[in-house]
Design a protein around this ligand. Structure first.
Ligand code: SAH
Length: 284
């Protein structure tokens, strides 16, 4: 069996300096005090938890310290709305409840971080709206064949600000995330540094080639859409694994595509229309 790579790696697969290595492994926190444990999320969704009762009425505001004091209540509201819109997977909802989306966007946009909207993250790129992120993560989880309920190694193409990589760290054993823009790669590293997500490995490079050193992957997820799924991605997908990505047709319209790699070959399913930034080759 292939042993998992140790973090962190750059795009060439070289270990980065020990100084930048985060310290703690990430686990889904099942501690009863955790308001975002799956059961509590379910309660919040039903509107029966402390976090879920009144937060719809509360404005999203910065705390006196300049921090976002009510962010957990606002996040719980976002999670409840996502559940009402049909997101059912408890792990995905728990991850969305745990990761502070406002931490990944500019302070000026923090007040909109828990609205169901995409937001600019600089360099002409955007962070997808929570609903789309949740949908894609749920599709990955639904493809899961592992009885542990956790995805194995996952490859993300398009790190952006690192938000989805942080969510994936709750759902997968190892997350390899590639970004082609140096400025965003650095930004994601900065955003993730304080979160100490030891199972997230940020790579700088062209994700069109995948990242062969981490393969095979239980799941591959792309946050940018091209007119074809690169062969490298399906090659690097494990048998039994699932890929979720936006795919563009000849008219330029995008739809989500799910590709399952079965022992008999690839099975492709086209889903709803989406709007992602373009998948580009090379680095910038
Ligand atoms: N998941 C991200 C969303 C980022 S938007 C988040 O949570 O913030 C999509 C990203 O894909 C952009 O940052 C863009 O630069 C990147 N991208 C586009 N083509 C790419 C490629 N070939 N390799 C790696 N990243 C790519």
């Amino acid at each position: 069996m292939k042993s998992p790579l140790k973090p962190p790696y750059d795009a060439a697969g070289k270990a980065a300096s020990a100084g930048s290595r985060p310290a703690f492994p990430v686990r889904l926190n099942t501690d009863k005090s955790n308001p975002f444990a799956p059961k509590k999320i379910a309660a919040a969704v039903r509107g029966t938890s402390a976090a879920g009762q009144n937060d719809l009425k509360r404005p999203f505001q910065a705390g006196a310290s300049g921090g976002l004091g009510l962010d957990s209540a606002v996040r719980a509201r976002m999670v409840r709305l996502l559940a009402e819109q049909g997101v059912q997977n408890a792990q995905v909802l728990a991850a969305l409840g745990a990761v502070q989306r406002h931490h990944f966007v500019d302070t000026a946009l923090a007040g909109m971080a828990y609205e169901d909207t995409s937001l600019p993250i600089g360099f002409g790129q955007t962070i997808s709206k929570p609903n789309v992120v949740a949908r894609m993560l749920e599709l990955l989880q639904q493809g899961l064949t592992d009885a542990s309920g956790k995805l194995g190694r996952v490859l993300e193409i398009g790190t952006g600000c690192g938000y989805q990589a942080a969510l994936l760290s709750y759902l997968a054993t190892e997350v390899y995330s590639i970004e082609r823009l140096r400025g965003l790669h650095d930004k994601a590293r900065e955003n993730l540094r304080t979160l100490r997500l030891a199972n997230v490995h940020l790579l700088f490079g062209d994700g069109m080639a995948g990242f062969v050193k981490g393969a095979p992957y239980a799941a591959i997820i792309a946050a940018a859409g091209g007119d074809a799924i690169p062969v490298a991605w399906t090659d690097q997908l494990a048998v039994g694994g699932r890929l979720v990505a936006p795919l563009q047709d000849a008219s330029g319209a995008q739809a989500l595509v799910v590709i399952d790699k079965t022992p008999q070959g690839l099975r492709q399913t086209l889903l709803e229309a989406v709007h992602f930034v373009p998948l580009k080759s090379g680095i910038g």
